[in-house]
Design a protein around this ligand. Structure first.
Ligand SMILES: C[S@@+](CC[C@H](N)C(=O)[O-])C[C@H]1O[C@@H](n2cnc3c(N)ncnc32)[C@H](O)[C@@H]1O
Length: 401
């Protein structure tokens, strides 16, 4: 079925929204005000999905994105919109989500990214039949690529050089991560003998005798402000390094000038936030479930000569308890947000301040709603960590009533 439609608004993933006989249709790569000829590719009881066949009226906010894989890959799902409008879209999305799921009226500032291409410090490539690429959105269908506009140029250089020199057919996944100088590569294969981690270094090891063997062989060091962080391929680290510094500076601002007695840094990864705010606190306790990240965190404590921080390996919901008495809790959970048990313990502990860092506004709004009897949202700032995609990072300051 083909139809000519006008795009009324965007959904939270940046897809154009229109209606056919009152039923909503979601159309990727279509912007507000555009008139498009659409083929309906999915029709369910509640909604339809369509694909643009022809643009009849094009928005003046549409731009040309120079990526040959744009239409197949789907990773950069809002790259056809100019950057100012991308920021507006992300801000409006969060405003809408907070109204709907937390009944809160907000008007957050959004901190734009200095780079809107070549900002990613990490990539995971899937390999099939000696071809490397990304999976098309929500499928296992490989879109072969030679390079990616979002990646730090160093990563594209490495992809280019291993394509020329290496037989990758034995691998199923290749992870690359860079601090701008060195590249960490992890090759994963069904043949365990071939699984390997390589650190491709430009410079000789800078940490000298202090460096542990594990970190030397498995990690690269990132600089964020005055702090250094060793990060392995298995650890979480924010993908947009410059924006991360701005985000962590916001967390510092929310911690405030009054010295914190004890702070918990929950979901602490490689100890990034805890270390970044350690001079504002007398004591910091980080909690993280990933073993490799905790090894990095303990190493990062030494690397930065910090002695008021300790790390506990474990699941946040089983490690924290109501005997703990922090005056500040920082949480930075995965996309699923906080589980009920963790929320309930936080409500019992009742720290004066809660700082919530989130990559998913939906679970963030849900959790703030669940905390609303005890906490009010004092401030929120958004950070565009992922230009050209619909994703957005938020930082919230919550105060005990
Ligand atoms: C979004 S990352 C944040 C990491 C860190 N705060 C940073 O900024 O680099 C979430 C982290 O939570 C960890 N994690 C996930 N579920 C967890 C759980 N139930 N308990 C403890 N850590 C968890 C992940 O391993 C990951 O390191």
């Amino acid at each position: 079925m083909k139809q000519i439609l006008e795009i009324e608004k965007l959904d939270h993933q940046g897809r154009g929204i229109s209606k056919i006989n009152g039923k909503v249709i979601f159309i990727p790569n279509a912007y507000i005000g555009e008139i498009v000829e659409v083929e309906v590719i999915k029709d369910t009881k509640k909604y339809m999905e369509g694909k643009v066949i022809k643009y009849i009226k094009i928005s003046s906010d549409r731009i040309k994105y120079n990526c040959p894989y744009y239409h197949e890959c789907g990773g950069c799902n809002i790259a056809h919109i100019n950057y100012k409008k991308q920021l507006e879209f992300k801000k409006n999305t969060v405003i809408d989500i907070f109204k709907r799921y937390a009944n809160l009226d907000i008007n957050p500032n959004i901190c734009e990214s200095e780079d809107n291409i070549h900002y990613r410090n990490k990539v995971v490539l899937h390999v099939e039949n000696n071809k490397k690429g990304f999976y098309k959105d929500e499928t296992n269908e490989l879109v072969p690529i030679d390079n990616c506009l979002l990646l730090n140029k160093k990563l594209n250089d490495v992809i280019d050089s291993f394509t020329k020199r290496l037989d990758i057919s034995e691998f199923k996944e290749i992870l690359l991560r860079t601090n701008g100088e060195e590249v960490l590569a992890k090759f994963t294969s069904d043949n365990e003998l071939l699984n390997t981690n390589i650190v491709l270094k430009d410079k000789e090891d800078k940490e000298g005798e202090d460096a542990t063997k594990y970190i030397k062989e498995n990690a690269i060091i990132f600089n964020l402000g005055k702090y250094k962080y060793a990060v392995t391929s298995d650890s979480f680290f924010q993908v947009n390094t410059k924006q991360t510094i701005r985000l962590y500076d916001k967390v510092r601002e929310y911690v405030g000038k009054e010295k914190i007695e004890t702070a918990l840094d929950l979901y602490c990864g490689t100890g990034t936030i805890g270390i970044y705010i350690s001079d504002l606190c007398n004591r910091v306790i980080g909690v993280e479930v990933n073993k490799s990240s905790v090894t990095c965190a303990n190493y990062n404590k030494l690397l930065n000569k910090i002695d008021n921080i300790e790390f506990i390996e474990g699941d946040v919901s089983t490690v924290i308890n109501n005997e703990m008495n922090p005056d500040l809790i920082v949480v930075d959970p995965p996309r699923s947000g906080l589980d009920n048990k963790t929320i309930s313990i936080i409500k019992q502990i009742k720290p004066k301040k809660l700082i919530y860092v989130s990559c998913n506004p939906m679970t963030l709004a849900r959790d703030i709603q669940n905390l609303s009897e005890e906490y009010n949202l004092n401030d929120i700032e958004l950070f565009d960590m992922f230009p050209n995609t619909h994703h957005v990072e938020s930082v919230c300051l919550l105060n005990l009533h």
